[in-house]
Write a protein that binds this ligand. Sequence first.
Ligand code: M6R
Length: 602
Amino acid sequence: MCGIVGYIGKKKAVPILMDGLRKESYRGYDSSGIVVFEQGKPICLKAVGKLENLENRIQTNKYGSGFGIGHVRWATHGGVTEANAHPHCDCKENIFLVHNGIIENYRQLREKLVREGHKFSSDTDTEVIAHLIEKYFQGKLEEAVRKALRQVKGAYALAVIARDDPEKIIAARFSSPLIIGVGQNEYLVASDPNAIAPYAQKVIALEDNEIAIITPKDISILKEREPQDLEIEAEESEKGGYPHFMLKEIMEQPESIGSPLKGRLIIAQGLAKLGGLETVKEKLKNVKRLNIIACGTARHAGLVGEYMLEEYAGIPTEVEAGSEFRYRKQILDKNTAILAVSQSGETADTLGAIKEAKQKGMMCIGIVNAVGSTISRETDAGVYNHAGPEIGVASTKAFTSQLTVLALLTLLLGRQRGMSLVMGQRIAKEISRIPELVKKTLESEAQIKELAEKYKDFNNFAYIGRKYNLPIALEGALKLKEISYLHAEGMPAGEMKHGQIALIDENFPTVAICPSDSVYEKMVSNVEEIKARKGPVIAIATQGNEDIKKLVDDVIYIPKTLEMLTPILSVIPLQLFAYYVGLLRGCDIDKPRNLAKSVTVE
Ligand code: M6R
């Protein structure tokens, strides 16, 4: 995982930077680099692979500069190349910086900067920050950093230096740790205290939104960003040519799932690497039981997670709505951990449950999309979805991203608890294919639009599924209710005959999620029961299954994948179906009546 180190003082910076990088390298890295200024000229050295490769390029004692920054990188955005290694710089080789974290809106920022004439030399998200600082630089580095950070959305710990404003390091953080070490007439910056322990007697931990101006003589800290969100919203609120955010967010799922996967899968070793859980990785080995707390769509993701975690990691898992968890007697012990799932990270019911659990001394981890949100701060550790902002009230891309992160977590915990290497490799490889399979699934859009036309005038719908796809039946029904205001009920397919089947006639269609998996035959029997009562049926089935066509009225195909991952694909036609039915019925797609994007009341 990435590590930052910076030095400013009377000593030679290079040996101290290299020493710091060595101490940070235990976290895992694939390339490294440093930059110092010698007589106003930047000396920026980088190398792929072991730190020795960088050391071999540096004649450590040759450089006399008393300030500089360094980095060890673990690739996320952009491959393992020298060009992608940090430090990154602007067009004029004036601004240099190192960064930990992920800039979520880097694509939009990069496109804009390119239009303004900036030349990029890497594929990283980080480089946009250097060019943004360049854009605002007018002699005072801290001013330019402050303005640049107003534009970025995501997590960052940063150390920045400039040739044209020398003898100064600017450090800033948001949701990624960064500390300043105070030594004898010298200061250090690091993402890991180990890196600076020999030189610093005291440390200052930077807080979110703080920007530190560090000179050889002193430090001052600015609190930043409070009034800036509007500016960010304005940029992000573009619909990118789509008529609604909901459709845009459905269509961008290959990317919202794919981008965060970068750097999180090690296929050859059958492992998932989740940086946000590093601090609790050992503790997780002792967890005997998981309580997933979430609301609405996030709860449906949790229900899929329950199947994954029990089948592949062998951890007894229970899923509960935040609003229920808080007010009932819970039988919890110190080996139970809480896993909160939330897109916004602000949902009052989920937050209340976390507070309750923390009071009882439980370890709480989170899967959260909104960086820096309250839940991400209240939990002991967690994983960001990095799916990008979700604006449509109906959750779509956040849901598939939650499912993907739950699959990664299952892999991580499963491998800690005896999952074989072969099984780990199989799951990891299949997860890496998901963005491509999602893309293929989205090709059914035109067919789903036609189906929406055919079914839009029915007033009631049933959604049925089994095992991994039962939560998808619940989610499909919820999407239709939210967007089209039609009555829809999701239920276990096997439960139909115990009551609900009384509703079925030719005016009551059923959406049956029946991919070719371990419960396919059982699903077919339930579909037969509905057809025997003249109920129209739309099936979600696996590509290549021609038989199902003989039984049902309409089929939407999804690609074949591992059973535990099918929900990520099977939900997509249901999102599109809800969207087009709502559209045809003239509903307010992005702001459905009575609903709020972030539910901050109980
Ligand atoms: O932000 P959260 O994921 O915590 O939100 C939870 C629910 O309020 C949310 O999923 C809601 O059900 C959506 N409207 C579903 O589309």
